[in-house]
Design a binder for this molecule. Structure first.
Ligand code: PMP
Length: 420
């Protein structure tokens, strides 16, 4: 039995009925699409239920119009729906209101918004930004480059043998020079769930801000930004049943208020003359130009869908699958799994099989109709630290089952034998 009704849920995802070219006997020779898809690449992007697609269709067929412009009825309907999407997100992560919810393209853009609008203005020589060895490139590269431009120092909290942050090292690195502590909530490679509230408190003690990358956390567990007390928090719609093209930057109102805009243009201004301009209220100040309207409305629908299931239940399902996959893969001595033990991780497992390159492994898994990710998962420095160039990663979501993990493990077993 599962914490959620997986069979019912699967009916909402037409793509899960798809067959792919997983005929092992004719692998690589243009085989027919005969095998049921096993989709275990949810860390990269999740699938989209009918309810979310319907919300996009309803918008384009029913009230497609630009927002905040024109007083015709369609524009008003679109504007209300777009604004309500901000309110829904605020409620979902326990922010104070729409002022604190800025829509971006994705997590990456949210990160860059803060790095450019806050970092370029506030950082300089003598300052430090503390981050971790397990950051996604979205965060690592962004802070690395902003530190180069401003002369600030970037510091990395080390990851221990079990794939957890070394908290003593964190305490050493976060000091009076620190202006920003930026860390990932759930690692997309290790599956580690980081103590983000504790580290935020350490940041606040030295007068620094915290930025939490919630790309893998918000889709998979209840997240309360007030409880974490994060100053900034970011995530992407496409990893939580929503469409691509919509992401969220949460920021505390007084901090967003104090920041200059990141992009200039229409919709973000109040008054413009040839000489001067003044800015719109939050969050519009940070949403220049025509936004992703349909995508924001669809994100609202995705949140409704997830909350109908209940985020506690989503988390329980994720953790159960991760533990099952971890336990099954540990049956093999020549499989290395990265990150914390199976009973203490987010819903993904990255691993390597001795003597089999992760790319070969994923291509053999593809012959078995099992979709996983192979590569560095946008954490190249972490892979260097782990002593490998690449790994295979299976990541789970609400529609995945134990049987699918069995298929994964059987396919991994075949790959081992093939390369033995
Ligand atoms: N951070 C983490 C932890 C991620 O897993 C991802 C997506 N792989 C990102 C940031 C970037 O998300 P996006 O590509 O949607 O900007």
């Amino acid at each position: 039995t599962y914490p959620i009704d997986v069979e019912r849920i699967r009916e909402d995802f037409p793509i899960l009925d798809r067959k792919v070219g997983g005929d092992v006997s004719t692998a690589g020779e243009g085989s027919e699409d005969t095998e049921p898809l096993v989709y275990l690449d949810n860390g990269a992007t999740s699938q989209t239920p009918k309810q979310v697609v319907d919300s996009i269709v309803d918008y384009y067929y029913g009230y497609n119009a630009n927002v905040h412009r024109g007083i015709h009825q369609l524009s008003q309907e679109a504007s209300v729906a777009y604004e309500e999407a901000h309110d829904r997100v605020a409620e979902f992560i326990n922010a104070n209101g729409r002022e604190e919810i800025v829509f971006t393209k994705n997590t990456t853009e949210a990160m860059n918004l803060v790095a450019y609008a806050w970092g370029l203005a506030e950082l300089g020589p003598g300052d430090s930004v503390v981050t971790t060895q397990m950051e996604h490139h979205a965060s690592l590269v962004t802070w690395q480059q902003i530190c180069k431009r401003t002369g600030a120092e970037i510091r990395f909290i080390e990851v221990d043998e079990e794939g957890r942050l070394d908290m003593d090292h964190a305490a050493e690195l976060i000091d009076d020079s620190t202006e920003m502590v930026s860390l990932v909530h759930v690692s997309n490679t290790l599956g580690t769930v980081n103590p983000v509230a504790e580290i935020t408190e350490m940041a606040h003690e030295v007068g620094a801000y915290s930025f939490v990358d919630g790309a893998q956390a918000v889709p998979t567990r209840p997240v309360d930004v007030e409880a974490i007390d994060a100053d900034f928090y970011a995530f992407s719609g496409h990893k939580m049943l929503g469409p691509t093209g919509i992401g969220v930057l949460y920021g505390k109102e007084e901090i967003l208020e104090s920041m200059q805009p990141y992009l200039y243009g229409g919709d973000m201004i109040r008054k413009v003359t040839y000489e001067e301009s003044t800015w719109e209220d939050l969050p519009w100040k940070f949403e220049a130009g025509t936004p992703s309207i349909a995508q924001a409305i669809a994100l609202h629908a995705a949140i409704d869908y997830l909350e109908e299931i209940g985020m506690e239940n989503v988390q329980a399902h994720e953790e159960m699958l991760a533990e099952y996959a971890y336990d099954r893969l540990t049956e093999y001595d020549d499989v290395t799994i990265y990150g914390p033990p199976g009973d203490d991780r987010g819903g993904l497992v990255a691993f390597n099989v001795d003597g089999v390159h992760a790319h070969d492994l994923s291509s053999i898994l593809n012959d078995y109709a099992v979709a996983i990710r192979a590569g560095d998962h946008c954490t190249q420095p972490l892979h260097d630290t782990l002593g490998t160039a690449a790994s295979a990663r299976a990541s789970f979501y609400i529609y995945n089952t134990r049987e699918e993990i069995d298929k994964l493990v059987d396919a991994v077993d075949s790959a081992r034998e093939l390369f033995a």
